[in-house]
Design a protein around this ligand. Structure first.
Ligand SMILES: [Zn+2]
Length: 218
């Protein structure tokens, strides 16, 4: 990232959900403390929940602004906007039906059933792009657009609200970490149970041995 920022300005677009209001802020990654309050600029706020409909209204205004920012150069450096937010927000922003759909990943077309298998075999599912998602959406709408049929169209049910490609969308750290921690915990429990079993077996062997020795001595 540091290398990247030598030739470009990185702008971080973040969504935060407060008490009954939702906010979109922009901060500059090239500063030493990009997340500090004084370096974060509120660019939109609405006292409504961040439903798809409310987001569509807000991003209709923000989209051209963000596009013009990205075509702007300042002191010889171009600007690039990166998107941050929780996973639900990102799904809605790009028109996916949500994290519980059959194709829940924003970055690729894997489906829930193949996810584990892909991990084991190391096979790479097809990456999503703004174009592929637009194709999915066109087909979804042509089919009648019922939400139940979303799974047949990679779970794309709305148009993306921004033109920012998915390589500029940051995977939510907390979301990934929760999964890793849960997996680690269940592996640890499984290993601890195996270890417990082994200790019991060893103890049983030892006590049998000492009983035999006692007999021999007697
Ligand atoms: Zn994926």
């Amino acid at each position: 990232m540091e290398k990247y920022l030598k030739t470009r300005y990185g702008l971080k677009l973040v969504e935060t959900m407060g008490k009954k209001s939702f906010k979109v802020a922009l901060s500059i990654c090239n500063l030493s403390k990009p997340n500090a309050k004084q370096n974060t600029h509120l660019i939109a706020m609405a006292k409504v929940p961040d439903t798809t409909h409310n987001m569509q209204i807000m991003f209709e205004d923000l989209k051209p602004e963000i596009e013009s920012l990205q075509s702007f150069t300042w002191r010889g450096k171009a600007m690039k906007v990166f998107i941050f937010g929780d996973y639900w927000f990102l799904c809605k922003l790009y028109g996916l039906s949500g994290p519980s759909g059959l194709h829940p990943c924003l970055w690729c077309e894997t489906n829930k059933k193949d996810m584990q298998k892909d991990q084991l075999t190391g096979s790479m599912p097809k990456k999503r792009s703004l174009n592929s998602m637009q194709e999915n959406l066109t087909q979804f709408l042509a089919s009648g657009g019922g939400e139940k049929s979303a799974k047949h169209f990679k779970n794309v049910i709305y148009p993306a609200m921004l033109d920012t490609e998915l390589d500029a969308v940051a995977p939510p750290y907390l979301h990934i970490l929760l999964g890793i921690v849960a997996k680690h915990h269940s592996h640890m429990e499984r290993d601890a149970a195996i270890l417990d079993q082994k200790i019991l077996e060893e103890r049983a062997k030892l006590s049998n041995l000492s009983r035999k020795n006692m007999k021999n001595m007697a």
